[in-house]
Design a protein around this ligand. Structure first.
Ligand code: FAD
Ligand code: EPU
Length: 342
């Protein structure tokens, strides 16, 4: 366990932004985390956080050097902790790569996460972000988690209700922001799959693949194919997935917008609101494929902002600001950033 000084974070964030951390360390056990926290400056709820927990860096935009200690979570291990007639309860260390976990589940015939195939990042951020794709969110398979409190230096147990999951939201993004390090997550997976193929192009992709029977393997492959066709691979073009959330608006506002913009894409929600496709709004506002220097808006998916090489975090952020303003002006709809800005 070593604390390094003045380290470039370029290879630790999928945007590939070249900022530096004052201090940087990795931890493999909760004990190591505990010891490392002794190094960091004390945090109070009012003061600027001086410790940043980093997973795969796939949902972060660094806009400046980090003047504190970056702790890279490398808690590994996947184990089956209990099972009953219908479910298998599987615990994973927060540092396990998410897609590796999905593959492990599929290999063992545990269903529930196949629609979440190929999402970058680690297990630890999955409940923090309530990651979601193709009709499934983490909350649907979440059972519990353990998190280490940065001040109290104690492990706290969180149940499904404690996490207050919402669309790309949890207590860890809101009221407990920067207070906990998620160390282990337990998922409740199905022994008998409940296939979810209703979302987007999954059904169509399965047909194209010639999949004769539904299986978690086939769904996973269909999701991988769809994702690979439109989302940029961060190993080639820097990005952090969707930069903004899809906004929710009242249905009355949606009706008004639809009369003005008949092509607008909206999905009715159980609460009577409508979720708009932000990618469509951004494309219609003229941003798809836009590039200024090395900061850009992806050519195939306007919701994804990209770094073609040397863009700074500030340049990406400024582009997001311009997009926000123009979407607001054209449609009267405010977008909210999904990516964590540091
Ligand atoms: P990081 O980027 O390292 O961290 C994200 C935030 O969580 C930071 O605030 C960090 O401090 C905090 N954090 C990380 N680990 C911990 C921990 N152990 N304890 C406490 N806080 C922690 N997301 C989706 O939901 N659906 C998608 O379909 C999707 N597609 C994507 C496609 C691409 C190409 C990319 C690049 C990203 C995509 N994302 C998607 C976003 C991203 O993959 C997820 O948000 C992922 O969960 C981030 O994981 P990470 O380990 O990289 O988190
Ligand atoms: N669209 C456009 N133009 C674009 C982009 C999209 O018109 O440039 C339209 C599409 O044609 C489609 C609709 O918008 O009709 C929705 O697009 P898509 O299916 O690609 O999904 P999304 O709403 O843009 C969301 C998530 C993704 C997740 C996919 C699949 C958010 C913010 N994003 O994207 O998650 O993978 O659905 O479930 O909810 C992420 O969070 O980082 C992420 C990639």
């Amino acid at each position: 366990m070593e604390v390094q000084e003045n380290i470039s974070l370029k290879s630790f964030n999928t945007f590939g932004i070249d900022v530096r951390a004052k201090q940087f360390a990795r931890f493999n056990t909760v004990d190591e985390l505990h010891q490392l926290l002794e190094f960091s400056q004390p945090q109070t709820s009012n003061s600027k956080p001086q410790t940043l927990i980093l997973g795969g860096g796939s949902n972060i935009l660094f806009t400046k050097d980090f003047d504190g200690l970056v702790l890279k979570n490398e808690l590994l291990g996947i184990k089956e902790i209990k099972e009953d007639e219908h479910h298998v309860y599987v615990q994973a260390g927060a540092g396990v790569n998410w897609h590796h976990f999905v593959r492990h589940c599929i290999h063992n015939g545990w269903a529930g996460v196949e629609n979440l195939s190929l999402i970058p990042g680690n297990v630890g951020a999955s409940p923090m972000q309530n990651i979601g794709a193709y009709g499934v969110e983490i909350k649907d398979v979440f059972f519990s988690l353990e998190a280490f409190h940065l001040h109290d230096k104690k492990t706290v147990h969180f149940s499904l209700n404690d996490c207050e999951f919402g669309y790309r939201e949890s207590v860890f993004k809101k009221k407990f922001r920067n207070e906990f390090v998620i160390t282990h997550v337990t998922y409740r997976l199905n022994r008998i799959p409940e296939y979810n193929t209703s979302y987007g192009a999954i059904q169509q992709e399965l047909e194209q693949m010639g999949a004769k029977e539904l299986s978690i393997q086939a769904i996973s492959q269909a999701v991988i194919n769809i994702r690979s066709s439109k989302l940029p691979d961060p190993a080639i073009i820097g990005n952090a997935g969707s930069f903004f959330k899809n906004p929710e608006i009242p249905s009355s506002q949606y009706s008004m917008l639809r009369s003005q913009f008949p092509g607008i894409i909206g999905y009715p929600l159980p609460n009577g609101h409508v979720k708009l496709a932000a990618g469509w709004l951004i494309e219609q506002a003229g941003w798809k494929g836009f590039r200024k220097g090395d900061a850009g808006c992806h050519t195939k998916q306007a919701l994804v902002l990209v770094n073609y090489g040397q863009a700074t975090g500030r340049e990406i952020y400024d582009l997001s600001e311009e997009i926000l303003r123009s979407v607001k002006k054209k449609f009267g709809v405010g977008l909210e950033r999904e990516v964590n800005i540091v």
